[in-house]
Design a protein around this ligand. Sequence first.
Ligand code: TPP
Ligand code: MG
Length: 328
Amino acid sequence: MSKDTLEKFSQEKCLKLFYEMLRIRRFEEKSAELYSAGKIRGFLHLYNGEEAIAVGVMEMLRDEDSFIGTYREHGHALARGVSMKSIMAEMYGKVEGCSRGRGGSMHLYDKEKKFYGGNAIVGGHLPLAVGLGLADKMQNRDVVTACFFGDGAVAEGEFHESLNLAALWKLPVLFVCENNFYAMGTQISREESQVDLCAKASSYNVKSVAVDGMDILSVMEETQKAIDYITKNESPYFLEFQTYRFRAHSMFDAELYRDKKEVEEWKKKGPIVRFKKLLEEQKWLDEAKIKEMEKKIATEIQASIEFAENGHWEPISHLTKDVYCEEM
Ligand SMILES: Cc1ncc(C[n+]2csc(CCOP(=O)(O)OP(=O)(O)O)c2C)c(N)n1
Ligand SMILES: [Mg+2]
């Protein structure tokens, strides 16, 4: 993250990016509290520490581009502009939620925003991204599908099948690997014989680049290059963003598999603290501006909670709605 790169972007844009990362962080901190209070149930996976990836990639995607993600997808939805109210209501399980309360935290969805959903099955959505890319190619749409997944998905067969087919059929898919070095409690070196993930993607003839995922400016620069490449060459692209999750895998995780010192070291390289320092050095950001942002974010979060609290449960009469069964 350097001053030279910073100067390629305007102050206004940089403050917006900083705001978006802070907004995701605060939203998720509140979600954790609401989870502990029993307001949000089911699973809850926080993106704390990885915000630069969702914010940076979304900044570069165009409105017509699609994306699909994992269960750790609140940040992507927020950065894309899915309303915070509809996300909170979804996590409460209310019909006003973006998946009508049927999906919860892991299954956010928004057709208008071309967000084809969060997915709970590790690696299960990579073939869906390939399908979206194939549909776009067959219908001559000049768009890209971004597919976000973790390092754990690389161990799944779907990863290999998807990269192979995307390369073979020359599909416009941007594979975005959020490598936080852990799949639940398993460190990557304990499950992969080859930890260089770009080497795996390259073996399918997919152009691949490893990037510091804690540096929002690099995330944006490399995403732009990837989109340009996909569009020009009608071929997929693989970005490995190296990052770290600061909190537990989900709300049920005693974190016995990693050293607290390791977490503290990564926190020093966090996307928000690093960008804050750079912006302050540039005199684009100060405490007063941060205070103002915090206030605005707190108001939006509070409004989303009120919206969710006042939302409605789906009536029992809907139990068989959207359930299809062939007549016997
Ligand atoms: C096919 C499958 N196997 C196992 C699980 C259980 N599981 C849920 S999350 C997860 C870890 C995935 O790690 P990674 O892909 O690195 O993503 P991260 O959680 O680190 O963002 C596992 C094994 C699952 N959901 N699906
Ligand atoms: Mg991981």
